[in-house]
Design a protein around this ligand. Structure first.
Ligand code: SAM
Ligand code: SF4
Length: 345
């Protein structure tokens, strides 16, 4: 135990008002991105946060340390594109030195994964979630706003990153696929088939109304159940048992598959009962629920001379603000909360 790591005293764990223990912190480390995915970024673009508004390495590490003292045992770094952050290695080094050491994970669009793989392995990252919504390089360019040529180049970078991560044999690899009606439903079977030969987990995620400036196109919504119906056409889909601490995905495997599949029915089937997480946005807002407008300004405490005790109190307050469940449905939705590219999904 490092001298500065607060011990998780008995009873110090974070609980919300509904008895859910929150042991998973997602930290967005930047709002910068090298893609402009149509469902994430507003069409008109999004102003970058001034650099001074983004939490520093020390601030992020401090929040993580206090959270670990409250029993947080899993930390995901996200963004924006987290691999664009120059001091990511130093941040990961700080996080991996915490005791008890949290399970460190990363969500990335994968463009810079190959170049950063050795660093992620060295610092003990256990899992990378790579966001990829199509296996068609041309369509990748359309979805990510890169256009045909750059899109095809970027697709090749992402695919190389996925292969390198798998080849390392030391990282769990998940692919995050946002389900988009009229855009990628014809890709679902192809993604599912990848699990037959590759030891990766594919997660089909329902398109969510998050981020007021991006808006939400209801005609693009595709229910997780529709994806499952397509996948069932490929073989006898076996449900996999839920594991302790599992996220919101319902997991399945195709017969003889090396990998697994999961669907996350964010809107169509509320997963809130198993919610175990808090989120920290790049500008230091602690967000109790992805869909709520509520946020607690942790940066004000960090930069106002607040003590570790005050930070812990703020984490508890955010936990207490978690709603029992969100109120969005496929038919009744209002884009809510922080922009995804600042909060990190
Ligand atoms: N840039 C990284 C990436 O794309 O993996 C990390 C940040 S990104 C905001 C995190 C995740 O949020 C991605 O898997 C992305 O597909 C997902 N996401 C963004 N906007 C979404 C939306 N409106 N509905 C569902 N998922 C969304
Ligand atoms: Fe796409 Fe992630 Fe960038 Fe959003 S933050 S535009 S999902 S790569």
């Amino acid at each position: 135990m490092t001298s500065s790591t607060p011990k998780a005293a008995p009873g110090a764990a974070l609980y919300d008002g509904f008895g859910r223990r929150l042991h998973y912190l997602r930290m967005s480390v930047t709002d910068r991105c090298n893609l402009s995915c149509t469902y994430c970024m507003p069409q008109q673009g999004l102003a970058k946060l001034p650099q001074g508004q983004i939490l520093t390495l020390e601030e992020l590490a401090r929040v993580a340390r206090v959270a670990v003292g409250l029993g947080v045992d899993k930390i995901r770094l996200t963004g924006g594109e987290p691999l664009l952050r120059r001091d990511l290695k130093s941040l990961l080094a700080r996080l991996s030195a915490l005791e008890p050491r949290p399970d460190l994970r990363l969500t990335t669009n994968g463009r810079l994964l190959t170049d950063n793989l050795a660093m992620l392995l060295e610092l003990g990252v256990s899992t990378v979630n790579i966001s990829l919504d199509t296996l068609d390089p041309q369509r990748y360019g359309a979805i990510t706003g890169l256009g045909v040529e750059e899109g095809a180049r970027a697709f090749a970078q992402v695919w190389a990153g996925i292969q390198a991560a798998l080849k390392s044999g030391r990282l769990a690899v998940k692919l995050n696929v946002v389900l988009l009606a009229g855009v990628n439903e014809d890709q679902i079977a192809g993604f599912a088939r990848l699990t037959l030969t590759l030891p990766l987990a594919v997660r089909f995620i329902e398109y969510m109304p998050v981020g007021r400036q991006t808006g939400f196109l209801p005609q693009r919504f595709l229910a997780a159940e529709q994806a499952l119906a397509i996948i069932r056409g490929l073989g006898d889909l076996q449900p996999l048992p839920a594991r302790p601490g599992d996220g919101p995905a319902q997991r399945y495997a195709l017969p003889g598959a090396q990998g697994e599949l999961g669907v996350i029915g964010a809107l169509s089937s509320h997963f809130c009962a198993t919610c175990n997480r808090l989120r920290l946005s790049a500008e230091g807002l602690l967000v109790p629920c992805l869909f709520s407008g509520q946020a607690l300004d942790l940066k004000a405490i960090l930069r106002g001379g607040g003590s570790d005790g005050e930070l812990a109190q703020a984490l508890r307050a955010a936990a207490a603000q978690k709603p029992r469940h969100h109120l969005q449905t496929p038919l009744d939705h209002r884009p809510s909360g922080c922009q995804m590219s600042r909060l990190g999904g």
